[in-house]
Design a protein around this ligand. Structure first.
Ligand code: CP
Length: 306
């Protein structure tokens, strides 16, 4: 049966460990896997802008022996003149996998329901699971086994990154804290899924508006932009809401003295994070960006050979 990766818990904790371990191996030996030899084509659909996702999937598909086909929003019939279901039926006749960055999670759900090839969520409004594979690879490289470590996401708890952090890090056995204003809560479904998984993996889950308590003692501190794609009209209000959640050097100093800092990028210095932190010695953002390539190659190999 075809496997999709639409949200973080579409794989098991053991499969997550397997993919991250494989990503680390593929980083050391870039052309070791050729599951797309032929070359087979992977469709990369983008309804939102991207630098890292477009480049990492394009390079990754090529390094796996395949051919990437980027289709930007407005360049195909999808959405305007043709349904998701009909598009899924057409694409499966020609491509080996579909990667889609879009708005509603229901879009990728509908694509996956209508096709026999793997569908990968490369960011929706609700989840960003490919980013979490890269982040967990980065945490593993810098801190060892993530299980038992404490990770604190600071900022917009209602964002796709917060939802994915809750689930993916619970799967990895981490103590996950989300520090966010009370009126910016994560999806209830993401919290309940993370809590259920935490019961199996030894993880724990905390959502709080107390940013000082949430960062204190953390091994990993993470934030993301306060103004995501589609939220530009609310920029001034969102900056006012989230300014108490900026990762300043003073806030980061409350974390463990060996804590690392992650940000999925693009970043807005002096808004969600000060330059002294994101450009400081314990920031690992460039490894994190590079690991999109390796983690997604491992994911593609996993889905194509499942
Ligand atoms: N982190 C991330 O998804 O980056 P892009 O928006 O550039 O793809």
């Amino acid at each position: 049966m075809v496997r999709h990766f639409l949200r973080d818990d579409d794989i098991t904790p053991a499969e997550q460990r397997q993919i991250i371990s494989r990503a680390i191996a593929l980083k050391a030996d870039r052309f070791a896997a050729q599951p797309l030899a032929g070359p087979q084509t992977v469709a990369l659909l983008f309804d939102k802008p991207s630098t890292r996702t477009r480049v990492s999937f394009s390079v990754g598909v090529t390094e796996l022996g395949g051919s990437p086909m980027v289709i930007q929003s407005g360049e195909s019939q999808l959405g305007a003149k043709e349904s998701i279901a009909d598009t899924a039926r057409v694409l499966e006749r020609m491509v080996s996998a579909i990667v889609w960055r879009t708005f509603a999670q229901s879009n990728v759900d509908e694509m996956a329901a209508g096709t026999t090839v793997p569908v990968i969520n490369s960011l929706t409004d609700e989840f960003h699971p490919c980013q979490l594979l890269a982040d967990l690879q980065t945490i593993t490289e810098h801190k060892g086994d993530p299980a038992g470590l404490t990770v604190t996401f600071v900022g917009d708890g209602s964002s796709n990154m917060a939802n994915s952090y809750l689930i993916a890090c619970a799967m990895a056995g981490m103590h996950v804290r989300v520090a966010t204003p009370a009126d910016h809560q994560p999806l209830a479904d993401a919290v309940s899924s993370a809590q259920r998984i935490a019961g199996e993996t030894g993880a724990s889950v905390l959502v709080t508006d107390d940013v000082v308590a949430a960062v204190t003692g953390a091994d990993v501190v993470v934030t993301d932009t306060w103004v995501s794609m589609g939220q530009e009209a609310d920029k001034a209000a969102r900056i006012a809401t989230f300014t108490p959640y900026r990762v300043t050097p003073e806030l980061f100093a409350l974390a463990d003295s060996a804590a690392i800092f992650l940000h999925c990028l693009p970043a807005y210095r002096e808004y969600e994070v000060d330059a002294a932190v994101i450009d400081g010695p314990r920031s690992v953002i460039w490894d994190e960006a590079e690991n999109r390539l390796h983690a997604q190659k491992a994911l593609l190999e996993f889905l194509l050979t499942a």
